[in-house]
Ligand binder design. Sequence first.
Ligand SMILES: Nc1nc2c(c(=O)[nH]1)N(C=O)[C@@H](CNc1ccc(C(=O)N[C@@H](CCC(=O)O)C(=O)O)cc1)CN2
Ligand SMILES: Nc1ncnc2c1ncn2[C@@H]1O[C@H](COP(=O)(O)OP(=O)(O)OP(=O)(O)O)[C@@H](O)[C@H]1O
Length: 217
Amino acid sequence: MTNHESPVTPGPGPAAKSELRTVLRARRRGLDRAVVDDRRTAALLRVLAEPPAVVAAYWSRPDEPDTHALIDALVARGVRVLLPCGTDPDWAEHQPGQLRPGTYGVAEPTGTPLGAAALAEAGLILCPALAVDRSGRRLGKGGGWYDRALLHAAADAELWALVDVAEVLDQVPTEPHDRPVTGWVTEAGLARAGAPVGLGARHDLPAPAAPDQAAAR
Ligand SMILES: Nc1nc2c(c(=O)[nH]1)N(C=O)[C@@H](CNc1ccc(C(=O)N[C@@H](CCC(=O)O)C(=O)O)cc1)CN2
Ligand SMILES: Nc1ncnc2c1ncn2[C@@H]1O[C@H](COP(=O)(O)OP(=O)(O)OP(=O)(O)O)[C@@H](O)[C@H]1O
């Protein structure tokens, strides 16, 4: 399966990250998102049948895997959803319909900023990513916003990246500050970082059945 082969040979560090981001952004620009987004949201909602009391998410832009349907469903279930606000890491509680334009084309919640430390309340953190690898290394947009934000995450919080199948690579370049994710969610389902192939790490298979999903709760 060629999906897992990195489109560029990753070296370590910032230059390799930048080169890889260019390739991945171009792919996202050419993508019709609707079908993959519906599948990914369905996979997440199966797993989040018993969500934690607080989930940190992000309000996706049109060029990112959709989070809106998921967030609406979580709020409808009574989950407190924290969304990023500000150029330095900060969070505010999401109230449906209460969003305003922010930087980088990202809509931000209009509620009171709670401070970067509010992330510690979240049992589950959905992270934006341009790619992940099988060890859970995450390639972000390059701003370092999440790297800085995640310093406040609870040690036992689960971090899940939302990516497309084509964005799960064998290896992405990393730096010492990068915190690995617990796993990733694609249109094919969930996979835990480091899981052996055949136990949920494969994305060229249909959505994994119960054991993988139960493990992600
Ligand atoms: N929907 C969403 N919200 C988010 C993020 C995100 O990636 N997506 N963030 C993630 O950290 C934080 C905001 N920081 C961001 C940093 C960069 C870009 C971005 O799109 N950068 C451009 C390149 C900008 C440049 O020219 O330097 C890009 O990727 O095309 C977006 C958000 C918090 N909120
Ligand atoms: N904890 C931190 N404190 C200060 N600067 C940081 C921290 N973590 C990362 N940075 C800086 O942020 C910049 C971008 O880092 P990196 O390329 O890892 O971003 P990213 O992980 O792709 O982005 P994001 O975290 O927003 O998804 C780098 O210059 C990096 O040194």
